[in-house]
Design a protein around this ligand. Structure first.
Ligand code: XMP
Length: 319
């Protein structure tokens, strides 16, 4: 696609002009946006870029391995892998409010980036994969002018005290354009086609208090759900699918034993840019299969429900 080729060349020139000889740190989340931003910036400034992947203990199953192998092996782009799960889960302990969770996570990300920046002798810029819809939703969300529904994303959620300037080379693009740019940059299709994953990760898919045990339970259930979606050949038809571990226990029966365990909600939506979305009309047989597998295979979950809310009035994530 020649338009994307032209865009790529232009974007690279813009990054060079903006950054000069400065050093850039790019936070990777495992999502498409930050990956595309990183590869683009690497093309522009090479070794002046350091990628940092922060595992906050709230990533999906296998995410860390996939990101590390994509950058280190496929691209040979240096990548610092920080295991910060104790730090994040420690600071999140006992916190239930969604916006507080986002603020704590945003603040800790900056702390980690700044620590890593020091280790490389300082960085002038922090790169993020902010997209156009992130910019608009943050400025004026669906509720009307200047109403913030969620202190979304990268935009605006950063503390004032940050020393680094922001570089956001995808700020003008929509998701489908980012994917096209990713293809242009040679990212593997398996990466480009991945469902979006929010920066705060599983933190906003565990309403109420977060614990490591809940995150583990959610990861296991979500892996089964996504696996069944892939087996059914539906993954690419869906914008985003994920599970939410509810802070509600219900009574069940396994064999002849009473259980009292958590409810898991399944979510799947179609969308073109995440700003509006429709729930995905799975067949009942599919949902039944997923529910049976999750209840049989995941300890701590004894009931599964499916979310049939579209956006608006719902949002895609539950928090
Ligand atoms: P909502 O839930 O607002 O989500 O309908 C729209 C899209 O944004 C993602 N999302 C986030 N991404 N940080 C992010 O990086 C966040 O705090 C955040 N909240 C929602 C969500 O996954 C969906 O793709």
């Amino acid at each position: 696609d020649w338009t994307m080729a032209a865009y790529r060349a232009e974007a690279i020139e813009k990054i060079r002009a903006e950054v000069g000889k400065g050093k850039v740190i790019c936070g990777l989340s495992g999502g498409v946006d930050s990956s595309v931003a990183a590869v683009l910036i690497h093309e522009a400034i090479g070794e002046h870029l350091t990628c940092v992947y922060v595992d906050h203990g709230l990533m999906r199953h296998g995410e860390s391995e996939q990101v590390v192998s994509l950058f280190r092996e496929h691209y040979n782009i240096p990548l610092v892998h920080v295991d910060a799960s104790d730090l994040f889960l420690g600071k999140l302990a006992g916190v239930s409010d969604p916006e507080k969770k986002r603020k704590i996570i945003g603040g800790l990300f900056i702390d980690v980036f700044e620590t890593e920046a020091k280790k490389i002798g300082g960085a002038d810029f922090l790169a993020q994969g902010t997209l156009y819809p992130d910019v608009i939703e943050s400025v004026s969300a669906l509720g009307g002018p200047s109403v913030t529904i969620k202190s979304h994303h990268n935009v605006g959620g950063l503390p004032e005290r940050m020393n680094m300037k922001l570089v956001e080379p995808l700020r003008e693009l929509f998701k489908d354009e980012v994917r096209a740019l990713g293809r242009e940059l040679g990212l593997p299709e398996s990466f480009i086609g991945r469902h979006p994953f929010p920066g705060p990760g599983l933190a906003i898919r565990i309403p109420g208090e977060i614990t490591r045990e809940k995150a583990d339970t959610l990861r296991k259930a979500d892996l089964i759900y996504i696996d069944e979606i892939k087996k059914a050949g539906l993954y690419d038809e869906i914008w985003q699918a994920f599970s939410v571990l509810l802070p509600v226990n219900t009574v069940g029966v396994m064999g002849d034993v009473r259980t009292y365990e958590a409810v898991l909600a399944l979510r799947a939506v179609t969308s073109t840019d995440g700003m509006t979305a429709d729930y995905y009309p799975f067949e009942h047989a599919f949902l039944g299969r997923v529910a049976t597998r999750i209840i049989n295979e995941v300890q701590g979950v004894n009931r599964v429900v499916y979310d049939v809310t579209s956006k608006p009035p719902g949002t895609i994530e539950w928090e």
